[in-house]
Design a protein around this ligand. Structure first.
Ligand code: 0X9
Ligand code: CA
Ligand code: CA
Ligand code: ZN
Length: 439
């Protein structure tokens, strides 16, 4: 308990979560809050200690204690308790378990050896392989082609995000026809190197479903050295760019716990090291990326770390031209699939998320997608576990955005500059900030 108080004493009161006693977890319930539409209003809701789970045009979905729900009502917002739409909370077998995902991916890889190579980027805390695929012509050879990275399931209770990566593997393999080199998918497979990471957080996923009833588990399964029991680290708050700011929690019981140190989660260290390994002769090979999450039907781009006062203003460490590219890419991808485009910090502040790290340290045009449903579509039901019947529709819905991003990976600057000289191969070097700062 004393350790606990010490940990909390460094957190500003307004951000302190409701008292973090494990026993109180039973009091937590899910609420729909109608009214908060601005960033400032959302901050007021967060200040009650409630945790935001999703956003929409009409309000928020939060996880809160009854006392927090009352505090939110006092702010002048409408609060409705959300009954789960899952009849029983029973795990839906239509979604792949970790083992089923590995099998499904291996089967496809065996069928398409000419364009798919499987590898592992490392191991999870509990030792599971973090399975990845590289898709390209000559997949075992590192060619001079723009690389693109797609990652699923940072968060355990977001299984649609893992299905999304499997769908991309299916799209790129079934759609490949060497006899039609001009067809879009064939051309992109030939001219890009596409890296898929299927489940970044397999331990959390297995824990979420192991009883047969969803646990709504979000984080990884890493114990905190200071505490008894496994509390888990939020992998999407543990990245090593601006780790430790206000947009993550220092409370090990929080759903957005940042971990004891930057990249203390083995899953996060693994993906950072993999991405860094793609720097060849000072040039980051990966130009575009998407980290898939649920839910909200949103396309988000960096930075998320900017606070209310700075959000929307240029950041010191983002080139103006990159800011314009992010906006163009984000808006067009959202338009193609009928999602809502936003800069991440317009939702809420985050420190240590994947896309901030990937752009902030590697100059990758990295996005976060919050997949189906939009909160307005989910009613008062449950957005994290949509029925298996929507998997195919909602993963295929996202394909045009992915294909567009792959297309633009050749020269994203062409979108905003008349003469995209920055895309000359030699210019990719200057994107790595420690090599040269310009503009
Ligand atoms: O909070 C997150 O990690 C992501 N949302 S989720 O509900 N899937 O957990 C969003 C991360 C993007 N960054 C910001 N919105 N600032
Ligand atoms: Ca190739
Ligand atoms: Ca390459
Ligand atoms: Zn998520």
């Amino acid at each position: 308990m004393m350790i606990w108080l010490l940990l909390l004493s460094s957190v500003p009161l307004s951000l302190m979560p409701s008292l973090p006693v494990q026993a109180s977890a039973a009091d937590l319930a899910r609420y729909r809050v109608l009214g908060p539409a601005t960033r400032v209003e959302r901050e007021q809701v967060v200040a009650t200690g409630a945790e935001i789970e999703a956003f929409g045009a009409t309000g928020l979905d939060v996880l809160a204690t009854p006392a927090q729900a009352i505090a939110i009502e006092r702010l002048g917002f409408q609060v409705h308790k959300r009954p789960s739409s899952l009849a029983s909370g029973e795990v839906d077998p239509a979604y792949h378990t970790y083992a089923e995902m590995v099998t499904a991916v291996e089967q496809i890889a065996v069928a398409y050896p000419n364009i798919v190579q499987l590898f592992s980027i490392g191991r999870s805390y509990e030792g599971r392989n973090l399975l990845a695929a590289r898709i390209s012509d000559n997949p075992t050879i590192d060619e001079a082609e723009p690389e693109a990275l797609f990652v699923g399931m940072y968060h355990a209770r977001e299984p649609l995000s893992g299905e999304m990566i499997l769908d991309l593997l299916r799209m790129l393999t079934a759609g490949y026809d060497p006899n039609q080199p001009e067809a879009a998918i064939t051309r992109l497979v030939n001219e890009r190197e596409i890296i898929l990471v299927f489940m970044l957080n397999p331990d959390g996923r297995e824990y979420d479903i192991e009883t047969g009833f969803y646990r709504y588990w979000r984080k990884n399964r890493q114990p905190d050295p200071m505490l008894e029991g496994i509390n888990g680290t939020d992998p999407n708050r543990n990245h090593s760019y601006r780790w430790g700011g206000l947009g993550a929690s220092s409370n090990p019981f929080s759903e957005t716990y940042r971990g004891i140190a930057p990249r203390s989660a083995p899953e996060v260290a693994a993906i950072e090291d993999f991405v860094i390994s793609r720097v060849i002769s000072g040039t980051q090979q990966i130009r575009v990326a998407i980290s898939f999450h649920t839910y909200g039907a949103l396309v988000l781009w960096p930075y998320g770390h900017q606070g209310v006062a700075e959000c929307g203003l240029p950041a010191a460490d983002m080139f103006n031209i990159d800011r314009a590219v992010f906006r163009q890419l984000g808006r067009e991808m959202a338009r193609l699939i009928n999602y809502t485009p936003l800069q991440s910090c317009e939702l809420y502040q985050t420190n240590g998320d994947f896309s901030d790290w990937a752009y902030g340290t590697q100059r990758i045009f990295a996005f976060t997608f919050e997949m189906y449903p939009a909160i307005d579509q989910v009613g008062f039901g449950d957005g994290f576990y949509p029925p298996g019947s929507v998997i195919e529709r909602e993963t295929q819905r996202v394909r045009p955005a992915v294909l567009y991003l792959l297309e633009q990976a050749e020269c994203p600057y062409a979108l905003v500059a008349a003469t995209p000289t920055r895309c000359a191969a030699v210019n990719w070097k200057i994107w790595i900030p420690h090599l040269r700062h310009e503009q």
